[in-house]
Design a protein around this ligand. Structure first.
Ligand code: CA
Length: 241
């Protein structure tokens, strides 16, 4: 929560919650740091029993589950989670290359598996695919809010099905807002994140670019992008016209 009381956990994937059930510190730290950077909310459970409890309590959007755990193995954990009719996507991690482990993982209800060691990019690709397949999150290359669609790969923006031509700065501003709904950004923060930390100009430039962006996306009251007088700007999905 920010000083304004808004949830700022929405990142690349708008607060998608990932539960990692794994006991190895090097892996959990690697996953936690990388996934948080990508905007996911990450919870770590270091054994199977805790993992099953967390899966029930937090109702995550996706579970990354290691097979080798100190108490129950990943297969048993997976079975227990599925027994409660949970359809959460489960990505299993296996240190073993044996095909039997993979088959067994899928048999007990895992949706996909990844063999250690894996690259973070590979993991991200699997996560995105699983979230997309389960309809739990938009593909992070395409952000959708109300009738605005922003594609981070093609750098195209559509509003109500019509293409909107934005400058790179306007695009970056809109992307940042769409990734962090309801978060209030000060002009200084926006300057740092969009223009770069060494930008020495006036903060008024932020207002100018936001004004242009609002015009281009036809943002009318109650606006998606709102001014917090004396503070900065925030983006309110589902409330604009
Ligand atoms: Ca392990």
């Amino acid at each position: 929560m920010t000083e304004n009381g808004f949830d700022t956990s929405c990142g690349a994937s708008s607060g998608t919650r990932i539960l990692v059930i794994e006991d190895e510190d090097t892996i959990t730290e690697f996953l936690k740091t990388g996934l948080k950077y990508e905007g996911y909310q990450v919870t770590i459970a270091k054994d199977g029993v805790t993992g099953v409890d967390c899966a029930r309590e937090m109702e995550p959007d996706l579970i990354i589950l290691d097979i080798m755990l100190p108490d129950k193995d990943g297969f048993e954990v997976c079975r227990r989670i599925r027994r409660r009719d949970s359809d959460v996507p489960i990505l299993m991690l296996t240190a073993k290359k044996e095909i039997s482990d993979k088959v067994k993982g899928l048999d007990v209800g895992a949706d996909d598996y990844l063999t250690k060691p894996f690259s973070f990019e590979e993991l991200l690709a699997r996560i995105r695919a699983l979230l997309r397949r389960s309809g739990r999150a938009v593909d992070s290359t395409e952000l959708r809010v109300v009738d605005i669609v922003l594609n981070t790969e093609t750098r195209e923006v559509y509003k109500g099905g019509k293409k909107v031509s934005l400058t790179p700065t306007e695009f970056s501003l809109l992307e940042l807002f769409m990734r962090h709904p309801r978060r209030v950004f000060t002009r200084e923060t926006l300057l740092n994140r969009i223009w770069g930390y060494d930008y020495a100009g006036d903060t008024n430039i932020v207002d100018v670019h936001i004004s242009h962006l609002r015009d281009k996306i036809g943002d009318k009251p109650p606006c998606l992008i709102r001014t917090h007088y004396g503070v900065g700007y925030a983006f309110y999905p589902g409330e604009g016209k």
